[in-house]
Design a protein around this ligand. Structure first.
Ligand code: PNS
Length: 158
């Protein structure tokens, strides 16, 4: 069984993330979406809320599991017996950071590879932080995030 982990902050999940999942679930048998619980960061949504929003937004997809992790990503990969890390790439500016992270993870755990997937051009400009800023300033983000997330953002920032 080919299991991949799709890690991220997902604060909150966007249609760009869902697009990456829709593409990669055709390649792997199971994908575990791993929400980072970073004690040094102040996210808008708690890890539990982010997990719940991802679950609600991926109901149309089979073989997706959603969980939380803290500490090293490669330790979570080992625990879940995954063979790959999935990351989305929007523009070349993502590449440098992503390449460094992929190489670091490979160094820490040589058995794992990172699979990069190009974002759909519709979502190249979409990021969780841009979405939060838009909502805070009264913008409509209904084409950029799943409906459950739009409601969650309204509750927190609207
Ligand atoms: O959505 P993000 O914020 O770009 O995700 C970044 C994430 C969570 C994938 C990355 O920060 C991470 O893997 N953190 C875990 C700590 C770790 O394993 N560091 C070593 C590899 S650089």
């Amino acid at each position: 069984m080919k299991v991949a982990v799709y890690p991220g902050s997902f604060d909150p999940v966007t249609n760009g993330h869902i697009d990456i999942l829709e593409k990669t679930i055709k390649i792997f048998d199971k994908i575990i979406v791993a929400v980072i619980h970073n004690v040094y960061k102040q996210p808008l949504f708690t890890p539990e809320e982010r997990v719940e929003l991802i679950k609600e937004s991926t109901q149309h997809l089979k073989n997706i599991e959603v969980g939380c992790f803290s500490g090293l990503l490669v330790d979570y990969i080992k625990e879940k017996k995954a063979c790959a890390i999935i990351r989305g790439l929007r523009t070349v500016t993502d590449f440098e950071y992503e390449m460094q992270m992929a190489m670091m993870n490979k160094e820490l755990f040589p058995e794992v590879d990172t699979v990069f997937v190009m974002s759909n051009s519709k979502y190249i400009f979409v990021s969780s932080s841009a979405v939060k800023e838009a909502v805070l300033l009264g913008g409509d983000v209904s084409t950029l995030v799943p409906e459950a997330v739009r409601r969650g953002l309204e509750r927190k920032l609207g």
